[in-house]
Structures are given as structure tokens and as C-alpha cells.
Design a binder for this molecule. Structure first.
Ligand code: GRF
Length: 226
């Protein structure tokens, strides 16, 4: 899938009015890109993204929050005045329907605890991104912070990556690392990881919505269109 070099640009303001006219619910006269956020739990990353939009640091609009089960993220959406949609079975069909209806520039997984079927991932690539609380390819899957802590690694961090059909295997967009201090316990470590997540996820979203990029042999690079 990643052999050749592909250039991408996820959002073109000059075309946005035209694109959005095909989805009447979301038609708009300005050029704000729509994004969709998917979560399954606390939703602190969703909140950080919404806060960056509120503070006008991130130029985007969250069309809706998608959740696969009742969770605190729904309450956050309610407080933020953002529509939340609880997926009905089969969840992936409903998920795909929502994406087709909204046609977001980006689908942001923020603690969404489902593996998206490969036909969906391939159809929308590279529009689905994920954040993982470890330095991939170390500690993929669930409970990555706990795994890192138990293993006793001295460097921890976060990975923001495109979603492919594997578990946390897609091309890496950004990683940030910090050193583990001797006096940190699991909770301290979790706090530091979340702090990194909240600081960087919206920034990557902003860059993906405003800059072209390329992927070649798994390697992601920011760059100009040819
Ligand atoms: C984050 O640590 C994220 O990296 C992982 O799931 C967690 C979600 O946390 N994918 P929250 O629901 O955003 O608070």
C-alpha cells in the first residue's frame, strides 16, 4: 500500500463550498473544514481539540462526536454543544454512513477502542488518524502506558499516525518523547503522556488541514505539491 510516493492535501478552502454543497446538512459559506472525532471513554483528547478550536488556535469545526458506547465523552460533547452519535449495530456500517453524510476533511480517533475494518480504512486513507500513548512500534494495542511503566522504559511518548488496517501500524506523522523520572509512578506517567497528547494532537490536525504532505514507503513528510 505504501510503495509509491503519494502527495496529499486534505482540505482546499477554494473548493470547500463546492464540496459541501453535496451534503446539505453541512453546507457553509465560509471555508472552515469539518472534522469528526471518535472516542470511547473519558474524551480528554476530544476536549483538548474542542478547546483549541474555541481558542481559535485550530481552524476547524467538529461536525460531531462518534462514540461506540455510553461514555464520559458524550457528556463533554453535550457541555460543548457538539452533537454526539452513539453507533448502532453493526457499528462500522453506521460509522461509514456518518462519514459519507458529513464528508469530513479528517476523521480523528481519540481513544476510539474499535478496529476499523480494512475496507473503510482503505477507502478513506489518509483521512483517518489516531493517537497512541507510546512510541510505536513499542507497546501497540491496549494499556500502552501501563505496559511502558511495567516494562521500565526510560523514554516514553506519544505517536500520532494514519490508520491502516493493522493495530497501531499506520505511517507515523509525529512522535514526541520524554524521559521518565525515577520518582514517577503510573499516575504521574499517565499525566505526562496525556499532557503531551493534549498539546500536540490539535497541532497535527491543524497542519494536516492546511499543508500538503507525502507518504512513500511508510515515510510521511510535510511538503509542497509538485
Ligand atoms: C489516550 O491515551 C489515547 O492516546 C488513547 O486512548 C486514550 C484516550 O484518552 N488512544 P481520552 O479518552 O482522550 O481521555
Amino acid at each position: 500500500m505504501w510503495g509509491e510516493r503519494h502527495m496529499y492535501r486534505l482540505f482546499r478552502p477554494e473548493l470547500s463550498d463546492m464540496n459541501l454543497s453535496s451534503s446539505p446538512t453541512f453546507s457553509t459559506s465560509n471555508s472552515t473544514p469539518y472534522i469528526v472525532v471518535a472516542a470511547s471513554g473519558n474524551g480528554s483528547n476530544f476536549q483538548a481539540i474542542a478547546d483549541a478550536i474555541r481558542d481559535e488556535k485550530l481552524h476547524a469545526k467538529i461536525a460531531c462526536l462518534i462514540v461506540d458506547k455510553p461514555c464520559y465523552a458524550i457528556e463533554r460533547a453535550h457541555m460543548l454543544g457538539i452533537e454526539s452519535i452513539l453507533l448502532e449495530r453493526p457499528w462500522y456500517k453506521h460509522f461509514e454512513e456518518i462519514i459519507d453524510r458529513i464528508e469530513p476533511a479528517l476523521i480523528v480517533l481519540a481513544g476510539f477502542m474499535r478496529i476499523i475494518p480494512s475496507h473503510i480504512v482503505e477507502r478513506f486513507f489518509p483521512k483517518i488518524i489516531n493517537i497512541h500513548p507510546a512510541l510505536l512500534p513499542a507497546f501497540p494495542g491496549k494499556d500502552a502506558i501501563e505496559q511502558s511503566f511495567e516494562y521500565g522504559v526510560k523514554i516514553v511518548g506519544i505517536t500520532i499516525h494514519f490508520v491502516d488496517s493493522g493495530v497501531d501500524t499506520g505511517p507515523i506523522i509525529l512522535q514526541k518523547a520524554i524521559e521518565v523520572k525515577d520518582n514517577w509512578n503510573l499516575e504521574t506517567l499517565e499525566n505526562h503522556i496525556h499532557e503531551l497528547e493534549h498539546r500536540y494532537y490539535w497541532q497535527v490536525i491543524d497542519m494536516l488541514l492546511t499543508r500538503p504532505f507525502s507518504i512513500e514507503n511508510r515515510k510521511f513528510k510535510w511538503g509542497d505539491e509538485e
